[in-house]
Design a protein around this ligand. Structure first.
Ligand code: ATP
Length: 587
């Protein structure tokens, strides 16, 4: 068993920090993975992503600055106020940890051989101990553990440990970069990335993929199955600009049009009475919806199941669905009991992926729907999406009209073909959305990632004049700019922009963000915040990098963009893709 030293690993972190080239990152990772044993490769994957376990685990390191400050004080012997002052002066908490421990070595004549030369595994275990410490006395455990990790590490190590602990590790690396790194490391090129990605889409655990690859090779990865309590990446729907196109795109004779709900996508895992709920971002949101848990326990008639659906705010007296904005008030850590009463929810189901040890992902949509009907006892709290199945588009249009008179968002048309599988993480032509907003002159909105901002002038001085927004290019695993967004914000939203975006601010162009010289912003943000934006059209542009065509020296831009709302439930990689924007442009 190889045990990579944390000191060696920090050299990798340094190299990763100093490049913004996606290909270089892949090569650096591939080289690092080559020297790792089965036990540590998973840990390294989490750590390069700034995490300490699979995202769904609901464990967060992110200690407050005050706690890290106390640990630096304990480790260095300087009092807290002095550490606080250094943090204010220097800014980077990693730098502070490294400087103050060095100063303290000189001042208190500590010996360098106190360093224990910890392995990555030692540091990883320390972080997990901190993250899992809870209850009485846990704050003391956190501070002492962190202080001893800082003492054990070398100068560079301390820098990174403090940043990790404070949730400030921002290498700008995404999951896809790590998967590419694994493919290059094990197979010499990116050729097996698709296979790794598939396993990742159904398991949501990059460490598991790495460990399996290391111990059992590609065959082992191919055998990874969906499992209870590990979320599966949601299947997504395509869009068309003409209603008639739905007929052409869906290959089966029958089209199943389902009601489309505008709530929160929730994947429910039922394991006996133990129920977990996962959000669109695949995070554990079980605690937010005690009412949904009870409904699932009562109305889902099998021991084990994985269900897909949309939670909707619902007025049970008036029998009316509430808007997405109303439902969002349920996204909270405190006051859950009160809001459960205030804004009750109803779970509208539309898919089933697993029932009693059997995966349903490779069964057709009609088979999955039939199963769903048999395992759920319909009630006012939990029900299946209504639908109309027909080969005739006029019928489907009638159903759409019925849906919008019920104040629903529209319909999702689903293929009934034999191969209409549930494609985890896929945006497939077997599901096509059609919304009422397509009927008006307005086009569909885009969800874009904020990567930069321009300083405000005049009335906007003190805040940002405009935000630089990007789409995600999943083929290249980069964020490409598509518009400058300055309108649609309320005065309050506008004034708050610097505060809202503060924790994503970085001092240089983040890795994986591509910008032309002309669009270089005054401030940079690591891809984190997603906004919904409405625009008038998509045109070619020499200043935006979305779908950049090197020979024409042009990309695509969204004209006259307007802010609609924040999309907290989307991760940057779930933003509108460059490919989708290209499709819209071509239409
Ligand atoms: P997307 O989910 O496609 O990235 P989005 O989050 O902006 O985009 P929409 O474009 O409004 O959402 O529509 C797709 C979403 O509709 C699905 O992700 C799902 O959450 C939701 N949805 C509602 N009803 C259904 C249904 N019956 N079948 C499938 N999805 C549905």
């Amino acid at each position: 068993m190889i045990k990579i030293k944390f000191e060696t690993f920090t050299k990798t972190l340094e190299k990763l920090e100093n490049t913004s080239s996606q290909n270089e990152m892949v090569d650096i990772l591939a080289e690092t993975f080559k020297n790792l044993g089965e036990d540590e490769i998973g840990e390294v994957c989490y750590l390069v992503l700034g995490e300490i376990g699979p995202g769904y685990e609901d464990v967060n390191l992110g200690l407050s600055e005050k706690t890290v400050q106390s640990a630096i004080s304990l480790a260095s012997g300087y009092d807290k106020a002095h550490v606080g002052e250094e943090i204010r002066n220097i800014g980077d908490i990693g730098e502070v940890a490294s400087k103050m421990l060095k100063d303290s070595e000189k001042k208190f004549k500590r010996l360098l051989d106190e360093h224990k030369d910890p392995s990555v595994n030692d540091i990883y275990k320390g972080f997990r101990k901190i993250a899992f410490a809870s209850g009485k006395g846990s704050q003391k455990v956190k501070i002492e553990t962190l202080a001893s990790m800082l003492l054990d590490a070398d100068d560079m190590g301390r820098r990174y440990i403090a940043r990790y602990a404070n949730g400030k590790m921002r290498l700008g690396i995404g999951d896809m970069t790590v998967l590419n790194g694994l493919s290059v490391s094990f197979f010499g090129s990116k050729k097996e990335k698709k296979e790794l990605e598939h396993a990742y889409n159904i398991s949501s655990d990059i460490g598991l993929i790495a460990r399996t690859l290391s111990s059992r090779g590609l065959q082992g990865v191919k055998e990874i199955k969906i499992s209870l309590n590990r979320p599966i990446k949601a299947m997504l729907a395509q869009r068309v600009s003409e209603f008639q196109d739905i007929r052409e795109k869906i290959k089966s004779r029958d089209i199943a049009a389902e009601e489309k709900f505008d709530g929160e996508r929730i994947q429910a895992h039922k394991d006996g009475n133990n129920i977990k709920l996962f959000s669109r971002r695949l995070t554990d949101i079980t605690d937010q919806f005690p009412d949904l848990i009870e409904h699932i326990q009562k109305y889902v008639k099998v021991e084990k199941a994985i269900l897909d659906g949309e939670a909707m705010a619902y007025d049970f007296q008036e029998e009316l669905f509430g808007s997405f904005q109303i439902l969002m008030q349920r996204r909270r850590k405190y006051g859950i009991k009160e809001y459960r009463k205030k804004i009750p929810v109803r779970y509208m189901l539309f898919d089933v992926l697993y029932v009693d040890e059997e995966s349903f992902m490779h069964k057709s949509y009609p088979e999955r729907r039939e199963k769903l009907e048999t395992i759920v006892e319909g009630s006012k709290y939990i029900s299946l999406a209504n639908r109309r199945v027909s080969s005739d588009l006029d019928d489907i249009d009638d159903f759409f009209q019925e849906c919008i008179t019920k104040n629903l968002e529209g319909i999702v048309c689903k293929s009934c073909a034999e191969d209409s599988y549930y494609k985890a993480g896929g945006r497939e032509w077997t599901w096509i959305k059609w919304k009422k907003e397509y009927l008006s002159e307005l086009s569909d909105t885009l969800d874009l990632v904020i990567v930069g901002a321009f300083a405000g002038r005049g009335r906007r001085s003190g805040t940002y004049g405009a935000l630089l927004c990007a789409a995600y290019n999943s083929d290249e695993d980069v964020f490409q700019t598509v518009c400058k967004l300055g309108t649609g914000f309320s005065d309050e939203q506008l004034a708050n922009l610097p505060k809202t975006l503060e924790d994503a601010k970085v001092d240089k162009s983040p890795a994986r963000v591509t910008v032309t010289k002309e669009m270089s912003p005054d401030f940079w943000f690591t891809p984190k915040y997603v906004v919904e934006v409405l625009g008038s059209e998509i045109t070619k542009s020499p200043v935006h990098t979305c779908n950049w065509n090197e020979s024409e020296k042009q990309g695509l831009a969204l004209r006259f963009p307007r802010f609609i709302r924040w999309r907290e439930e989307k991760s940057p990689e779930q933003a509108t893709s460059s490919n989708e924007i290209l499709q819209m442009y071509e239409r």
